[in-house]
Design a protein around this ligand. Structure first.
Ligand code: HEM
Length: 210
């Protein structure tokens, strides 16, 4: 049995710090959204009641604007490391990855026997992780656009105005939540060794076992 290094310390730190941060952002975002829920039928009344969401706008705003800075700083540390360490080469998809995306999904669903060739991440992982990073950037920029629509009027106009920015902010939250659910299912499917590597940094190589 031997061990090989898999994930850098910086990556593991920002990844695990991000988990409570994003949970708090989604939770406090729902507390704010309740006060003016313009997208009809998205959250039914029983959902608001079950999680005791009504009339907590002030608490939601205070939490959202405090934790938001942590999310921004943590995200910036990740992005600087991502580009400076060369990690982007392992994550950003290439044209070949686009070709392997469908065969990888079919293999994951058990509808294709042979797994397409892959490096550290497979084609679908690369697309999903790149998508998650892009959604993180967009949710942040659209968040600033609706936070300071007067001071940052130029940014708000990039999203087509306040309503457009608010819609993108909401949509990115929904898509990020969907990513997180699928991501956790895939991590459970990949097994303990893969999860432990994201915590401890190394992977146990069972093939080398005596
Ligand atoms: C309890 C929740 C979570 C668990 C158990 C988890 C677990 C993992 C594991 C094991 C990996 C390594 C995958 C591999 O090497 O095959 C990983 C990578 C990754 N996770 Fe998570 N994760 C969680 C939450 C999140 C959240 C909330 C986000 C962002 C919204 C996220 C985004 C990512 C990204 C972007 C990568 C790739 C990082 C890179 O290599 O640059 N994860 N996660």
């Amino acid at each position: 049995m031997s061990a090989s290094n898999k994930h850098a310390l910086t990556l593991r730190l920002v990844h695990w710090i991000n988990v409570p941060l994003i949970c708090l952002m989604i939770w406090s975002g729902i507390l704010i959204y309740w006060a003016n829920d313009i997208y009809p039928g998205f959250f039914p009344q029983w959902f608001y009641d079950a999680f005791k969401i009504p009339y907590r706008l002030a608490e939601g705003m205070a939490l959202h604007y405090l934790v938001g800075w942590g999310f921004v700083i943590n995200g910036l540390i990740y992005l600087v490391w991502f580009f400076c360490s060369g990690h982007w080469r392992e994550v950003l998809p290439t044209p070949v990855d686009l070709k392997y995306a469908l065969p990888t999904v079919l293999h994951d669903l058990g509808l294709r026997k042979k797994a397409p060739p892959q490096a550290r991440f497979n084609a679908v992982q690369k697309l999903a992780y790149t998508g998650a990073i892009a959604m993180g950037v967009l949710v942040t920029l659209s968040g600033f656009a609706i936070y300071k629509p007067v001071q940052l009027a130029w940014l708000t106009s990039v999203f087509g105005g306040y309503e457009g920015a608010r819609f993108i902010h909401f949509l990115m939250t929904v898509l990020l939540s969907a990513f997180i659910i699928v991501h956790i299912v895939q991590v459970v499917r990949a097994g303990w060794n893969n999860f432990r590597a994201m915590v401890a940094g190394f992977e146990i190589d069972e093939a080398g076992r005596d």
